[in-house]
Write a protein that binds this ligand. Structure first.
Ligand SMILES: [Zn+2]
Length: 177
């Protein structure tokens, strides 16, 4: 009888070891899934270099190709976005312009959000929620933005969408009313 009891005890021990191995395997699998997830995230964030949206790499396939129109009117005068913003030699950044018609091309290897601020960084021009170029909100002047006719609070972080018609207006408050 004592022998049988001992056997039963050791048998009881074995399932615990099995459970421990099972738990280690589960933790390992979760770690691998999290690691793979973080790798995927790294690829998504791999679209910026030096704080600017990077160049499209040779032979890179595009997951996203959309266009947004941007007009800028400062104190009643239109400021044209030039052709070739984001283009150096034969290299194009993910955000670029081909013609001086205000059409921003977004040609991206991954589907993700690109903001108006991202485009201004590529252009090398200042844009915040209260300033465009050297023109900032003050007692008499305001920067406002309309997208498809609708005023927007967030200017710099506005996510560009296909077919958007964006107008940035900086003017005297009395002219904006
Ligand atoms: Zn395009």
């Amino acid at each position: 009888m004592p022998q049988r009891a001992r056997k039963r005890e050791t048998r009881k021990g074995n399932p615990l070891i099995g459970l421990a191995i099972f738990l280690v395997a589960i933790v390992g699998a979760v770690a691998i899934i999290l690691f793979a997830g973080s790798l995927g995230q790294a690829n998504v964030d791999d679209v910026k270099e030096d704080g600017k949206v990077r160049f499209i790499r040779p032979g890179e396939s595009l997951a996203m190709h959309i266009h947004a129109g941007v007009r800028i009117i400062i104190n009643g005068e239109e400021v044209k976005i030039p052709a070739g913003v984001g283009i150096v030699g034969n290299r194009e950044r993910i955000l670029h312009t081909h013609e001086p018609n205000g059409v921003i091309h977004i040609e991206s290897p991954v589907v993700r959000d690109y903001t108006l601020g991202d485009f201004f960084k590529v252009w090398g021009m200042r844009l915040t929620d209260s300033c465009i170029f050297e023109y900032c909100n003050n007692e008499t002047h305001r920067l406002v933005m309309l997208v498809n006719g609708v005023p927007q609070e967030n200017i710099k972080d506005y996510v560009l969408k296909n077919g958007d018609s964006i107008i940035l207006i900086y003017d005297e408050i009395s002219n904006l009313a």
